[in-house]
Write a protein that binds this ligand. Structure first.
Ligand code: KG4
Ligand code: ZN
Length: 337
């Protein structure tokens, strides 16, 4: 009899519907549907997100099973994001996972979305990971630094006091006329900017004992700058504004992570979450941390179910399973994951 464990992962906390399958710790198949219906509104509309999850989740699950040739009755564990996120969106994934668990008598484990982002780095680099990990999680909803002594043991050592880094990318994108979410478009525009119109914006640096981040001042600086430009000037300067804004975000993230590394020590450094797909951030972290940096591929940085399956698997093998508990606002903690 095979002793392999198949883990089905489900992610529906925001505007990505995603299902993935692991064989033990190895990723076998995964599909993610990114909802595009929100861009007209400049942000995620919760009810639209929930409805889209309802419409897609079972189909994605069927597709993952078909791709992998695995039957539902072979699955030994289902892992679902239960916090934090949009309440209705989370409810779709949690209900689906609990339904599978009851119908097919498989254990179900609840996963904190940020624990998922941290575990994304293990999918491709698991054997290289040295604890304690220093984990920079940079997404649309969160920007925080964690000291991870083992999976399940998290100490938040710094966080944003206002906007998340991804939120700053998206808000600045709106000012510049990009569709939501704008992180990738700003990244691409910055890459093409050249040295035509040199600009700089203020960089927030944490001081004293603090390892916190702040991006609202930077966003306001971009807003004032854009407000002084004609439509023609804005069109001309857009790539340079993207490059200068991105440089300020990257500089703040990297300098604070370096200070955290000095103060706390670490084995490996992880950066994950949607903003970790950013080319300039990846290059700057690589330069600072070299081989000790474990970066997921861009498609594993943005929301996906492979990271949730991996986090669920890591909890399960450590005996840290916990039943899903709908908690849209819960912080990542060592007690509850
Ligand atoms: O982790 P994620 O998919 O969802 C949340 O948990 O929030 O992150 C989405 C965020 C958005 O704010 C998006 O603009 C940003 O990640 N993002 C990027 C890039 N790709 C996605 N930001 C900067 N550069 C990118 N290449
Ligand atoms: Zn996320």
């Amino acid at each position: 009899m095979s002793s392999q464990l198949y883990t089905l992962g489900i992610e529906t906390s925001c505007d990505e519907t995603s299902v993935a399958l692991l064989r033990d710790s190895e990723l076998v198949a995964g599909h993610t549907y990114s909802q595009l219906d929100h861009s007209a509104y400049g942000g995620v509309v919760p009810e639209l997100a929930s409805r889209a999850h309802v419409g897609k989740l079972d189909r994605l699950c069927a597709q993952v099973l078909a791709d992998s040739g695995v039957r539902l009755d072979q699955i030994g564990l289902v892992a679902t994001t239960d916090s934090p996120g949009l309440a209705g969106a989370l409810l779709v994934g949690v209900s689906f996972a609990c339904g599978l668990s009851v119908a097919h008598r498989m254990p179900v484990v609840g996963v904190h979305h940020l624990e998922g982002h941290i575990c994304a780095a293990l999918i491709e680099h698991g054997p290289l990971a040295q604890f304690p990990l220093l984990a920079l999680v940079v997404s649309g909803g969160h920007t925080a630094l964690y000291l991870v002594r083992d999976i399940g043991t998290y100490e938040c050592i710094g966080r944003t006091v206002d906007d998340a880094a991804g939120e700053a990318f998206d808000k600045v994108g709106t000012l510049l006329g990009f569709a939501y979410p704008a992180g990738r478009a700003i990244d691409e525009a910055a890459r093409k900017s050249g040295t035509g119109h040199p600009l700089s914006f203020p960089v927030h640096r944490s001081s004293g004992d603090s390892l916190d981040f702040s991006f609202s001042g930077l966003k306001t600086a971009v807003k004032y700058h854009v407000g002084k430009l004609s439509a023609e000037q804005l069109a001309h300067q857009r790539p340079s504004i993207c490059a200068a804004f991105q440089k300020a975000v990257v500089s703040s993230l990297v300098s604070t992570t370096l200070r955290a590394a000095d103060r706390h020590g670490f084995g490996s450094v992880i950066c994950s979450g949607g903003v970790a797909a950013n080319g300039a951030l990846r290059a700057a972290l690589q330069e600072s941390f070299g081989k000790r940096l474990l970066l997921p591929s861009p498609s594993l940085c943005t929301d996906n179910a492979a990271m949730i399956a991996r986090a669920g698997y890591e909890r399960h093998v450590r005996g840290l399973d916990r039943v899903p508990r709908m908690s849209p606002s819960r912080e990542l903690s060592s007690r509850m994951g």
